[in-house]
Structure formats: C-alpha cells, structure tokens
Ligand binder design. Sequence first.
Ligand SMILES: Cc1cc2nc3c(=O)[nH]c(=O)nc-3n(C[C@H](O)[C@H](O)[C@H](O)COP(=O)(O)OP(=O)(O)OC[C@H]3O[C@@H](n4cnc5c(N)ncnc54)[C@H](O)[C@@H]3O)c2cc1C
Length: 325
Amino acid sequence: MNRAAVRVGVIGTGAAGAILAETLCRQGHVVEVFDKARGPGGRMATRRHAPWAFDHGAQYFTLRASRLVDRARAWTAAGVVAPWGVHGREEETRWVGVPGMNALARHLLEGVPVRWQTEITAIRRVADTWRLDASSGPVAEGFDRLVLALPAPQARALLGGLGDWDRRLGEVSMAPCWAVMLADLATTPAPPPAGGERLDDPLLAWVAHDAGKPGRGMPDQTWVLHATEAFSRAALEHPAGQVAERLWARFATLKDLPEHPPGHLVAHRWRHARVTVPLGEPCLWDAGLGLGVCGDWCLGARVEAALLSGLALADQLMGHVAGAR
Ligand SMILES: Cc1cc2nc3c(=O)[nH]c(=O)nc-3n(C[C@H](O)[C@H](O)[C@H](O)COP(=O)(O)OP(=O)(O)OC[C@H]3O[C@@H](n4cnc5c(N)ncnc54)[C@H](O)[C@@H]3O)c2cc1C
C-alpha cells in the first residue's frame, strides 16, 4: 500500500462500480468490492442456461466520450468487447461484451478482490471509517472511503435518509423492464439485419437475435425480447411464467411463427432497468464523510453513463486523497 493509499469499499460490480474499482486499484489504493449477485456486470448481464447464454439486460452500448473511445480500443485488443454489426461512424458503433455482455466488468475486475453473494443491508460510520453489514451481521469494516455503485432506489435505501442526498435521489426515476429469453425454437424467424430491432408495439419494445452477436459460439438460435415500459409496469408483479408466455405469443404473432412455445422460455424482471429522470450530474461525493454514490442514473439510461459516472467519482475520490497529502 503506497503512502497516500486509502482503503476503499465499493458496493456494486456493474459498469460504474467495476470501472471505478479498476481505476482506484491502478492508482495503488486498496479496494474491496461487494455484490449481492453471483458474478459481475449488474445490468450488463449474461445469464447462462447451458448450452445457451443470453444478454438479457443491456443489449449493446455506444461510447462517445473521448476517454472511453480510447478505452474501447484497449478492450477490443483484449478481446472483451467487439462491434456488433456496422453502424457508420465510430461513435455509432454498437459494442457488445465477448463472449457475453458481462465480459467487460469481469475484465475490469481482474485482480480486484470481490465478495460475491454478499448483499449489504446497512452502512455505518464507525470512528471515521465505514462498516458494512449484511442481514447476518458485520461483513467488513475500516474503510476510509465508501462508494455505492447501485441503482438510485437501492443506494437511497442504504443511505437511510442522508440529508440533501435523500431528496435528490428521490427525484431520480427508473422504469422496470421484463426481458424474455428464448431458445430451442421449432421455427426460427429471419434475424433482423442489424441483429436487433426496435418495435413500435404496445407489448414489445425490442427483439434481438442474441446468438448472432460476435464471439457467442452458440449451438442454436437464441433470442431476447424486451417488453415496453407500459407493459412492464402493468405486469410488474405478474408471475414470470405468465409474462414469458404472453410476450412469446406476441413475438410469434409479429414474426408469423407457430404459437407452440419454444423449448426454452424464461422471463426476468428488471425492477430498476432504465433511467427516465436522471440526477443531472456525474456523481455525488461528500469529502467530509468519505462517501460517494455513482451509477447510470446520475447521467442517463446507458452503459456509457454508468462508466462515466464511475470514472467521475474515481476522479473526485483521487483528487481528494491527493489534496489531503
Ligand atoms: C433490460 C435492459 C436493457 C438495457 N439496454 C441497454 C442498451 O441497449 N444500451 C445501454 O447502453 N444500456 C442499456 N441498459 C442500461 C444499462 O444496463 C445500465 O445503464 C448500466 O448497466 C448500469 O450500470 P450501473 O453500474 O450503474 O448499475 P448496475 O448494473 O445496476 O449495477 C449495480 C450492481 O449492484 C449490485 N447490488 C445492488 N444492491 C446491492 C446491495 N445491497 N449489496 C450488494 N450489491 C448490490 C447489483 O447486483 C449490481 O451488480 C439496459 C438495461 C436493462 C435492464
């Protein structure tokens, strides 16, 4: 640990938490990351159901900020991202993780200690440091700085009514999305020319030929459907099986397929999928408390927003440490 290094706890291994943790580690800080999931990526998700795998969260991402365009070249060289189809200018490139969407977060977190399946239920200030608790009791303590890289409602719950931040996080809005994963289809539709297709439909907003993404090596056709915000809100508490059948039936009608359901038909509910009202600044940082919050919801509904938010908070944190030397 170098002389000016600090011990940082990070909750969340989505795009925001992963790039922040990687940046701080590179600067020699001692970072420990926690996630309630079994693996990295958050909403940049890959769900495996052998022999298939599905990107059931983010479908692709674009990178327009120059600091990320440079990083994309390095990630391409490392083989963890690849362009999906050709979409004109470089900033319109649709990037996907390889072999699955979560590959980028996995790559960023290489060498960073992460405790998986660890849901943090409370954060406490103990003698100028932070302690993290799970429902079973204390998880880790002694962090000089703490970062919550979580969707706004989950960060707000952990912050427990912290002054002005509580009001500001309460103004952020996120919409749900039901996703459906399909494989083992009796009849397969022709894949859309761009790999994915936005639909003007009351039930389905997006369909993607998932197996057609680069580096998937999938033995079979796999598809991902995303419901519209209106349908997702209306069916938020419906059983997943019922939602899967409803959205499959709609897909079959739209693509003129026999209604017989596919061998693999699974729905996943994203409760906090897309940002509809962002915070409007890259991150929140309280130097006095050594506490920061980041995530896509700070800037917008995209992976790039999450990456920029994580980098902005890393800048703040490192600037503060450097200033305190
Ligand atoms: C269906 C869907 C489609 C999308 N499509 C696109 C797209 O095509 N292009 C695009 O750019 N973006 C898309 N997005 C948005 C994109 O996925 C997000 O903007 C981005 O991945 C958010 O990253 P994040 O790090 O801010 O948060 P997240 O990815 O949500 O990461 C938060 C992490 O925190 C963990 N966590 C939460 N609470 C706790 C806790 N209490 N303790 C421990 N860990 C916890 C979670 O497990 C998760 O790993 C889509 C999202 C969804 C859901």
